[in-house]
Every structure is written in C-alpha cells, then in structure tokens.
Write a protein that binds this ligand. Structure first.
Ligand SMILES: Cc1cc2nc3c(=O)[nH]c(=O)nc-3n(C[C@H](O)[C@H](O)[C@H](O)COP(=O)(O)OP(=O)(O)OC[C@H]3O[C@@H](n4cnc5c(N)ncnc54)[C@H](O)[C@@H]3O)c2cc1C
Length: 382
C-alpha cells in the first residue's frame, strides 16, 4: 500500500519514468549518476536515498585521500597476489585523481601534507620490518602508478609533531586530505546540475521485476524504472542477501580547536585501525573497530564506551600529550567489507546492478566504482 498520495504534478515531474533508479546517495551512487548523465545526457536518472542526508559512510568518514600504509600493503599481500595489490593501489590512486578532476581541489579543500604511519614503542620490530619492506613496495607501486619514493622513513619528524610513545614513523608524501562534507555537497550539486533528481527519506524495501521494467516498493510509495543500480554499500544484503558485505562501524571524534596544534597531515597506526588528522586547527581521530570486531559489525550508528575511552586515552597520552583539549563532536559511520580486496561490481539480477563493499576506502575509489557500475548498466543497453 502506498504511504503517500502523490499529485499528478508530483508523479509526472518527480517520480515517473526513470530510465535508471540508483539506490543510495553516497559517493558511489552519486558518482554513478554523474557518469550516466555525462555519457547520456538524455537519460532520466533518479537517486533514492533513505537518509535525510546520505546515511552510511560518505558523509561520516575521515576524509583521508590515501592509498594504503606499508602495514596495510603487507597485509593485503598476505591475502592477494602482488599484481592484485598493485592493481588496487592503482585503482585508488586513479580514483582520487578522478575525484579531484570532477570536483576541483579548492571546492573540497584538498591538500597534500603527506601521510604517516606511526609505530608505538612496543612495536619496534614491526616498525623495522615495515621499513625493510619499503623499497620493495616503492618498486612495485612505481610500476603501478608512476610515482617514485612513495614510502620513506620519517623518524626525524616524530618530535616536531609533539607525539609521545612513538618509536618509528613512515611517510607517504603523496597522501592528502579533504573536507568530506564539502566533497559530498559539491558532488550532489554537480549531479543535480546535470539533471539528476535526488530524493531523500525514501527507503527501498523491495524490488520486483514486472515485464521489462522494475517496481520499487519504498517508504514513500511505488517507483518504476528500466534499470536499477544498488549503491547501498554496507546495507547491500538487506535487499539482496546473496551480497556478502559485512558492516563495520567506525567511531570518530573531533576536538575543539587546539592552541598551537603541531600535527599536520594524515596519520595511521595499529595497521590502519586508528587514524587521525588536522582539520581547521582541531584533531579528528577515529577507529578502534579492532577492539571488538563483533560489536562493531553492525548497521546501527552510535558509540561504545570501550572505543570512546581508548580514543580519549590515545589522544591524551600519544597525540596531544602536553596539550589541553576538549572533545567537541562524536559520530559514527558504517563501512561495508566484502570478501575480496576489490569492491563487488556486477549484475545481481537482470537489469539490477550493484557497486558495493568499498572496504573502508571509498573516498579514494568511490568515483571510479560509480563509473564502473554506470558503464555496466549502459553497456547492457538503456
Ligand atoms: C568512520 C569512517 C572513516 C572513513 N575514512 C575514510 C577515509 O579516510 N578515506 C577513504 O577512502 N574512505 C574512508 N571511509 C570509507 C568511505 O567513507 C566509504 O568507503 C564510502 O563512503 C562508501 O561509499 P558508498 O557510496 O559505497 O556507501 P555509503 O556512503 O554508505 O552510501 C550508501 C547509501 O545507501 C543508502 N541506503 C542504504 N540502504 C538503502 C535503502 N534500502 N534505500 C535507500 N537508501 C539506502 C544509505 O543511507 C547510504 O547513504 C571511512 C568510513 C567511515 C565510516
């Protein structure tokens, strides 16, 4: 039963006749919409989003424009071949270039202060091991993305940033950062200017095939389209249980402005499970999913005392040891993790395509993932 009685005007101007409906207005869904309209301007594209704002990861993340620390690359090499890992780095690097090209660096506050992997005092062996593997990784990734000397030791800078309890640091000078909110707002503006309709507060509950077209039952009534793109990331299995994407919640804080803040750049530790950066004279700090993987494997937003207290302790003892600070914001976002190192981009059912499971790296790869699924839909004929 429809929950909404639409007027003739609403139906004919906002709702009816979409060639393609995209479910989810995160970076992947909106990038897919942009690509569809760039390739075929006459196409009628409608994006349906269940949140008031996008309600997954795209407006909740840390805004790191990164493509992996040494520890993360070594871990990936345990899971996949050298070729696959190099391919993923290249994908993220190209994704970041596409994002910057689509939106413009100034519009999204993109800056490149470099990224750093930190090793705690108790991790000296791990630090030495990672440093011993830097040259090899630099060689592999030079061939993949054409950049030289990606990773280098940065121990000399530990004191400059004012950290305590850190025994080693590796720099990736090509890493950058951006303003996540501005990124999504500019992307949304681009998509709307291209003629795409984006409707919020509309949760898709079921999709059924009706002849050559598709009916979508939603919290706002029924919609029809010839094709559907599913860009719901962590929530993919709620509509298609065969899509193996596991949710992973990330909790984040931002301090009030810190007087004389010395850190500048993006920082990762504990194999990327913790991450922090500067933003507007404040510190953004998040992570800690590894403290209790099971508890964070959830579709529910929110914070836990365990993660909050660990983040606060690290802030006080390692990141801002000799400074007074106050925490101004807490929030969480939900990432989607697939079984492979790459996202799942495929046709799930006839004329239903998915692009989900960005594995917590969607700022970097989301623009290309969206393009890829849009191409899949276009090639199938619309
Ligand atoms: C705390 C945190 C920090 C992160 N930091 C970084 C980082 O620094 N760098 C990086 O590269 N990546 C980072 N990520 C990962 C990145 O944000 C994600 O990979 C990316 O945003 C995924 O984009 P998406 O469009 O696939 O999914 P989402 O942004 O999650 O979008 C999916 C959308 O689908 C909607 N939806 C779901 N189900 C339905 C339904 N049934 N009907 C209608 N709409 C629906 C949701 O409301 C949501 O808006 C981080 C993520 C988190 C949570």
């Amino acid at each position: 039963m429809e929950t909404n009685t639409f007027s003739y005007w609403e139906r004919t101007a906002f709702i009816d006749d979409a060639d393609i409906i995209i479910i989810g207005s995160g970076i992947v869904g909106l990038s897919a919409a942009l690509h569809l309209k760039t390739q075929q301007p006459a196409l009628k594209v409608l994006v349906l989003e269940r949140g008031f704002l996008p309600a997954g990861a795209s407006t909740k993340n840390a805004g790191f424009a990164c493509f992996g620390t040494v520890s993360e690359q070594l871990k990936a090499l345990e899971q996949a071949s050298e070729e696959e890992v190099a391919g993923l780095v290249s994908y993220k690097w190209r994704g970041l270039q596409r994002l910057r090209q689509n939106l413009g660096d100034a519009n999204i506050d993109f800056t490149q202060h470099g990224g750093y992997e930190l090793f705690m005092n108790g991790e000296r062996d791990q630090a030495e091991y990672c440093k011993s593997r830097m040259d090899g990784l630099n060689h592999i990734f030079k061939n993949a993305i054409g950049l030289t000397g990606i990773y280098s030791s940065a121990d000399a800078k530990i004191a400059d940033f004012g950290f305590k309890g850190i025994c080693g640091m590796i720099c990736n000078r090509h890493e950058g950062q951006l303003h996540t909110g501005k990124m999504m707002r500019v992307l949304l503006n681009r998509v709307c200017s291209a003629g795409v309709m984006v409707l919020n507060n509309c949760a898709i509950k079921r999709i059924t095939h009706e002849g050559a077209s598709m009916t979508l039952d939603t919290s706002q009534g029924t919609f029809k389209a010839d094709k559907v793109i599913l860009a719901t990331n962590a929530f993919a299995s709620q509509l298609f249980s065969e899509l193996k994407v596991v949710p992973g919640r990330g909790q984040v804080l931002v301090t009030r402005p810190v007087k004389g803040l010395r850190l500048k750049g993006t920082y990762h530790f504990d194999q990327g499970y913790f991450y922090f950066r500067n933003i507007d004279g404040r510190v953004l700090f998040g992570g800690g999913r590894n403290l209790d993987f099971k508890a964070e494997e959830t579709w529910d937003f929110g914070q836990t005392e365990a993660v909050k207290s660990k983040l606060t302790v690290y802030l006080r003892e390692v990141i801002l040891p000799d400074q007074t600070f106050e925490i101004d914001y807490w929030w969480s976002g939900i990432m989607g993790f697939g079984e492979q190192i790459n996202p799942i981009v495929k046709e799930v059912e006839p004329n239903i395509f998915c692009a989900v499971g960005c594995n917590g790296m969607g700022v970097a790869m989301g623009s290309l993932v969206g393009e890829e699924v849009a191409e899949l839909a276009l090639r199938s004929g619309v």
